[in-house]
Design a binder for this molecule. Structure first.
Ligand code: HEC
Ligand code: HEC
Length: 120
């Protein structure tokens, strides 16, 4: 038995890999244009700094926008964010148990849609 779990099922891959909130970008929409990953915030800025939203701790450039109160804590950097989001695009067509995720290589390219993996 898992005492801390409130659900039988674990988190879905999408709940992280397609979820800008989980990555610290905040509420918004992820899209792909010409092989480049874009993020559009869907929350209005609420502080003096117009570039920062309440649900946000990093931006797509990997810059941490808030102060953490615990030593060693940080947001994902740009490389990590892009890596995680790329997996999310593959999940739109490939099931989570697909061999492509078991034999994942960072430079893996989809033979059908090679443009998905262009550098950001
Ligand atoms: C709780 C959040 C979370 C869940 C759920 C999750 N992942 Fe991840 N995944 C991550 C993080 C964080 C990384 C690490 C990124 C890094 O360190 O570069 C990662 C890395 C990966 C990578 C390697 C990407 C790379 O290029 O290095 C693959 C592939 C991957 N996940 C597939 C999956 C699949 C398939 C599932 C579902 C079966 C899944 N993940 C579920 C958070 C998650
Ligand atoms: C819009 C749909 C779509 C997306 C998004 C997509 N693929 Fe594919 N992929 C396909 C189709 C269709 C095939 C060929 C038919 C098949 O084998 O399922 C394929 C085949 C592959 C193959 C050949 C091996 C195999 O399983 O057939 C690899 C590897 C692969 N994709 C990797 C990726 C990766 C990595 C991503 C994310 C960067 C990705 N794909 C995103 C549709 C997609």
């Amino acid at each position: 038995m898992e005492p801390h779990s409130t659900q039988k099922k674990g988190r879905t891959c999408e709940s992280c890999h397609q979820n800008p909130k989980a990555l610290g970008l905040g509420y918004g929409k992820i899209s792909l244009k010409d092989g480049k990953i874009l993020f559009e915030a869907l929350e209005k800025p609420q502080t003096k700094n117009k570039k920062v939203r309440l649900s946000q701790i990093v931006n797509l450039q990997g810059e941490t926008l808030i102060k953490f109160n615990r030593k060693g804590m940080r947001g994902f950097n740009q490389e990590e964010i892009i890596r995680i989001l790329r997996v999310g695009f593959c999940l739109n067509c490939h099931k989570e148990n697909s061999p492509i995720f078991k034999h994942w290589k960072r430079n893996i390219v989809c033979p059908k849609f090679p443009e998905i993996f262009k550098a950001n």
